[in-house]
Design a protein around this ligand. Sequence first.
Ligand code: AMP
Ligand code: MG
Length: 433
Amino acid sequence: MSPLRSVDDQLSRMLAAAERVGTETVPTSEATGRILATDLRARFAVPPFTNSAMDGYAVRAADLVEPRTLPVAGDAPAGAAPVRLEPGTALRIMTGAPLPEGADAVVPVEQTDQRPGPGPVPSEVSFSVAAKAGANIRRRGEDVTEGDLVMRAGDRVSAAAIGALLSVGHAELEVTRRLRVAVMATGDELACGGEALAPGSIPDSNGPMLAALVAQWGAEAVLLPASRDSVAEFLAALEGAGEVDLVITTGGVSAGAFEVVRQALTGRGVEFVGVAMQPGKPQGFGAIELGGRRVLVACLPGNPVSVFVSFHVLVRPLLAWMSGAADAATHGMRAVAGHDWTPPRGRTQYAPAVVTQENGRLVARLPHELGAKSHLIASLHLANALVVVPADVDAVAAGDELEVLPVAGFAGGERHGMRRGMRRGMRRGMRRG
Ligand code: AMP
Ligand code: MG
């Protein structure tokens, strides 16, 4: 048996075979999940003008050194140009309205004798407090000023980024072209779409799960119908991928007698190797000619947890590299093992785990009593991270510190559907959280 190839080696070969895609300009409002192609600096300051932080009354602090009554000269509504505040008077002002010239403080309506809410402007207002210069005022540029760097090339556009970029004057963005990724599962045993299971068949969970992962990481997923274990059928189905940047297949790459993907693509530019990881050892990668174009192909194993792990460990960094995304790098997040388990010898383990915060530290637990087994797809959704156990570690003991790669929010959300076999400790943890 040939020695296993390290994950780093496999990944660097994959990246070396891949190319960066080009860029395009899109409206910021439609850019969720896209990757910025350029650094972006603020064209507008935020706030763009000094304005009121409260509904209330704009005053000169010097006119209100102690509680008193002032005549109200009018309104300063939001969306209007700044008005002038005459000394010895107040102006009714709304949140976000430009601070009137001459005013240096806003007193909230709750600290006056006036009722909050709609109503005619009063002729005078009695203040129950003194005013402090600068109080309840948002200064022009106190968040960012013109020319400040707001985001960098390689940043992924989040919902908050859309808000930020629009507010600093970028209504259009130069982003990298969205990747198109075809996904195809293989296997004679696959049933689709919830049909009753014939003897020996299982639902195709890999195809739709992979398509969702691809979409979650910002690429367009083309989910092809699953192929049966026939080389001719597989190759014909591959032609249906159309103009894509990458094809991901699942199944048919390991040591069985019917390994359709391996049979179909060996000698066509795809290399099949054992990678020193668990789960996810059998891997194929290369470039094939498809419809006259060179298309990358990543051939993942068939077990669903292997597919999920292979995506995060190998495919996600590949997509990030191709699209220029800077967020595939790990951030050195660490957690302690919540219990003992036995990782495989000689392979880096990426165990799907539930990471929670307990007494100020992150604790990682495998969601299933059987440990990190590659077929335990029904409990995979509980995991929010992959725990990385180095290849030379033979035993994990409770309290050992390990690197974790987040795969979903740590906020946890609602966890439901715990079944028999799930860890008792976790069940308790869930009730608490
Ligand atoms: P293979 O590598 O094709 O031998 O598949 C390995 C294991 O993964 C077998 O137990 C398959 O039944 C299972 N498997 C393969 N493809 C899928 C799929 N699309 N969805 C769910 N399980 C699969
Ligand atoms: Mg198969």
